[in-house]
Design a protein around this ligand. Sequence first.
Ligand SMILES: C[S@@+](CC[C@H](N)C(=O)[O-])C[C@H]1O[C@@H](n2cnc3c(N)ncnc32)[C@H](O)[C@@H]1O
Length: 240
Amino acid sequence: MRSVALRLFVIGILLSAKPALAFSQEPPAKHPRGASSALEPVYAPLAEQIVSDFQLTEKNGIGIDLGSGPGNLIVELCRRTKHMHWINADIDSSVFLGFMNKAHEAGFDGRVSAMHADATALPFRDSYADIIVSRGSFQFWDDLRAAFAEIYRVLKPGGAAFIGRGFPDNLPLELAAKIRERQREGGFVPEYDVDETARQLKDMAESLKIAGYKIRIPKPAGGDGVNYGIWIEFHKSASK
Ligand SMILES: C[S@@+](CC[C@H](N)C(=O)[O-])C[C@H]1O[C@@H](n2cnc3c(N)ncnc32)[C@H](O)[C@@H]1O
């Protein structure tokens, strides 16, 4: 246990050009307990989609999952990328031990690290990451514009971001409906207006002059009643 904590700390410091404490005294950001088991089927298809869309299978580089929590998405991303190093950057450092153990059990020692991070003030140097992903976290960030400015700053020129909440396009409709049903039974169904969120993301991207961003609202055929969530994708210009 002590050696895992020590390794976390050392890797976190080594990977950051702006040294930051790997563990902090800040109170954990709230996230719904028990929601993660209902979401279990989401992470593999989401990782599949990310790896395919951004051509990561053979890529060598750094990926950050912002607000990764227990790190389920990172483990699935490790399975599908041969060389990438993935960092769980979360404001709640109490999740890191469980995440590191999960990565260890899946055989990904050395492929992952964890860094205490607030999305609005990222502890990474400019042009550090090849890709930044995030699922189900941006709704907790205090200042969306500051966070996206940080994401843009930390991306390498030519790097990409895929940030959102909900499900990937490739999650089968029956499975998506079942997850929403389980969430309802568990007393937690995320209630938000997708169109209003799209407007917020659009305003934010335009005020930051992020060129060529795409708002992605998965809408599978026949899935009108099932909320698949919303995502924003953008690339940092290769000339910056
Ligand atoms: C609902 S959980 C989602 C966890 C994970 N991404 C998933 O899809 O299973 C939200 C996560 O965002 C993290 N979070 C909240 N505010 C944050 C912030 N300002 N910066 C970084 N992480 C944050 C929380 O600690 C939590 O782990």
